[in-house]
Write a protein that binds this ligand. Sequence first.
Ligand SMILES: Nc1ncnc2c1ncn2[C@@H]1O[C@H](COP(=O)(O)OP(=O)(O)OP(=O)(O)O)[C@@H](O)[C@H]1O
Ligand SMILES: [Mg+2]
Length: 328
Amino acid sequence: MAKAIVAKNVVKRYITRVRKGLVRSVKKIIEALRGVSFEVRHGEVVGLLGPNGAGKTTAVKIIATLLLPDDGEVYVEGFDVVREANEVRKRIGLLLSVEKGFYGKLTGRENLEYFGALYGIPRSVLRRRIDELMKLLELDKLGASSRLYEEYSLGMKARLGLARALLKDPPILLLDEPTLGLDPPSARKIRSVVKELARNGKAVLYTTHNMFEAEIVCDRILLINRGKIVAEGSPEELKSKIPQMRTVVVYVRGFNPNDVERVAELVGVKPSLGIDEEGFAMLKFQVRKPEEVLNDIVKGIAKLGCEIARLRIEEPTLEDVFLYFASR
Ligand SMILES: Nc1ncnc2c1ncn2[C@@H]1O[C@H](COP(=O)(O)OP(=O)(O)OP(=O)(O)O)[C@@H](O)[C@H]1O
Ligand SMILES: [Mg+2]
C-alpha cells in the first residue's frame, strides 16, 4: 500500500501587504514553508510540533487540498494533492483548530447529519455511524444530540469536530491543534481516541505546540520552526539528540546565595539558583552523568553547613529539545 502521506520539499509563500503609515502599504512575502519533507505511515501518530507561526497549519492545509503549494510535491496514499485533489479528499478527515463551520442553530447530531449528507454517505449508514461516533467521543453523555451547537462548550465543539472528521471513516486524519483551549478531561478523551484510531491503522498528522501533549500522543515528532523541519524522531530519540542530558535538582535548607561559587568549586559544575515555594534554595546542576557528581554535591553542601531537604534527577523534556534545536 502507498504511504499515507509523503511530502517532498514543500514550499509555500504568502504574499501580503504591510501597512506603512496611513495610506501606503508595501508588498511582503512570507515564507511559511521553506522546503519541508516528511512521511506519515498508516498506524502512526506523527506530531508536527512548533511555535506560533512555524507553518503547521499551512502544511495541514496543503495536504488537505485547501492551499496550493508553490513548489514541491505532496501525495496522499499515492495521489497528488494538486492534480488528484478529489481522490485525496475522499481519504482524509480534517479538523482545523479555528474554522469549524458548524451551524449554531442545529444540534450536534443535526450538524453531523448535514455534513454526512454533503459527503454523500447513505442515510442508513450515516445514522449508524453517527451513533457510533457520539458514543466513541462521549458526546451522547454530554447531551450533544439535543443541544444546539451554539450552546456547546469548547470541549464539546472539539469532540464534534473530531466526529465530523471521522464521518467518512477516512484512513488519514489531519488534526490541527485538536485540544487547543480544552479542559483536561476533554483533551484526554481526544488524545485517547486518536491513539486508539492509530492503533487500528489510521495515519494521523497531529499539530500542537504543547510538548507534553506531543510526548504522550505521538509515535514520531517533526519539530518545525520558521517553515523548516529542524529535528525528527520519536520523543525518546529526540531527547537523546541533545547534548545536555540531565538536571540534578537539590533543595537546600539554610543556603546562603553568595555560596554558589563555592558549590561550583566543590562540585566542578556551576549550579543555577532558584527558590521553591517552601523557601528552600533550589540548586540545579546540568550534567551528563548524575552519578559522577552526586557524591560531591552531598559532601559540598555538608561542608557549607547546610542540609539537603530533597534531591531529584530530571530527564530532559521535549521543551529542552525544542529550545536546543530552535536556537541553532
Ligand atoms: N493567509 C495568510 N496570509 C499571509 N500570511 C499568512 C497566512 N496564513 C499564515 N500566514 C503566515 O505564515 C506563517 C505560518 O503560519 P501558520 O498558520 O502555518 O503557522 P502555525 O504553525 O499554524 O502557527 P500557530 O501555532 O499560531 O497556529 C506565519 O508567519 C503566518 O503569519
Ligand atoms: Mg496553526
